[in-house]
Ligand binder design. Structure first.
Ligand code: 4NP
Length: 155
């Protein structure tokens, strides 16, 4: 899950996806990162923390990290939260960019519409509630699309 700062959108996506993975007893490794360096090492934005907490998801252990090109090899799927993020990933990866692995996060929910998760950074708490709801729907669509790749822990 990749956004710009790794403090607003992608930490929510990591938290929600991890909670879906746990509920469904899947063996998926989920992580998040940002394409910009501004906030490296910081905890998620207080409003991201709040909306997750109100929904029973604790993301307080997360710390912002920068996306690096070797993660293109490490992961099967890379979800860009917005079109600018997708372009940044392309630039960071150069010849290592694998377009079969990278997609816009909302494209499983809104097929082929190339929508972006709105950046809540400049807005108020209400924006974070909206982003949380959209991210939750996006994560559920990703689950449905990829369930057949799932290795269940239980028989
Ligand atoms: P995020 O939001 O990409 O969802 O973490 C942002 C956080 C910080 C900035 C931009 C977007 N910034 O410009 O510092």
């Amino acid at each position: 899950m990749v956004c710009l700062g790794n403090i607003c959108r992608s930490p929510i996506a990591e938290g929600v996806m991890k909670s879906i993975v746990a509920e469904n007893k899947l063996q998926w490794t989920v992580d998040s990162a940002g394409t910009e360096s501004f906030h490296i090492g910081e905890a998620p934005h207080r409003y991201s923390l709040q909306v997750c907490k109100e929904n029973g998801i604790d993301i307080s252990d997360q710390r912002a990290a920068k996306f690096y090109h070797s993660q293109m090899l490490e992961y099967d799927k890379i979800y860009a939260m917005a079109t600018d993020v997708y372009e940044n990933i392309k630039e960071i990866c150069g010849t290592k960019f694998d377009e079969t692995k990278v997609q816009l996060f909302l494209n499983d929910l809104y097929r082929g519409e190339n929508r972006s998760v709105k950046d809540p950074w400049y807005g108020d708490l209400q924006g974070y509630y909206e982003v949380f709801d959209e991210i939750t729907k996006g994560c559920e669509a990703i689950l449905v699309k990829n369930e057949h790749h799932a290795t269940s822990i239980l028989p």
